[in-house]
Design a protein around this ligand. Structure first.
Ligand SMILES: [Zn+2]
Ligand SMILES: [Zn+2]
Length: 166
């Protein structure tokens, strides 16, 4: 979806709202199994003293796979949006600024990029998900497994470190 910003681009103080659905196919991420409903975004683009800022929220309800215990879980993800838009990019390396093409903004591109950046954090079924037993593979969220005591405590520490680094 492309938005024409000519109405606000020369008008400090003006704004236009937007509301749209996102293309699920383009939001793929290995930890997302499927979307429960179509992901959508709402917000506005405001001209504040000549600076265009897009604000709003992406909302997605999805079934994810826990990065630690591999269990499926359903969650609602809200991605807050705050993005600057610029006609010409003097600072091309700044990922927080998106370029306009003339008066046009590629809204889908902005929303997809923001969503994908937000999926780089861990997907956990719970903040404190215990993960899988490194020996037998049983989910420790379901209770302790028989072999827990046999793990060398030094290996357990190593496991935690590896988990943090991932
Ligand atoms: Zn988990
Ligand atoms: Zn075990």
């Amino acid at each position: 979806m492309r938005l024409n910003l000519c109405e606000i681009i020369e008008m400090p103080g003006s704004s236009i709202p937007f509301s749209c659905e996102l293309d699920e196919e383009r939001l793929g991420c290995p930890s997302i199994k499927r979307f429960v409903s179509a992901p959508s975004a709402q917000g506005q683009i405001r001209n504040s003293a000549g600076v265009l800022t897009l604000t709003g929220t992406i909302k997605a309800e999805m079934v994810c796979i826990c990065d630690r215990c591999s269990a499926d879980f359903q969650c609602e993800k809200l991605v807050p949006l705050e993005v600057k838009l610029a006609a010409d990019l003097s600072d091309e390396d700044n990922p927080e600024i998106f370029a306009l093409e003339g008066n046009w903004l590629d809204l889908s591109d902005v929303l997809e990029t923001c969503f994908i950046l937000s999926t780089e954090t861990k997907f956990l079924c719970r903040e404190d998900c215990a993960g899988l037993c490194p020996v037998c593979g049983k989910s420790l969220d379901l209770g302790p497994c028989g072999c827990k005591k046999e793990i060398d405590p030094r290996l357990a520490v190593l496991g935690q470190l590896l988990d943090k680094n991932n």
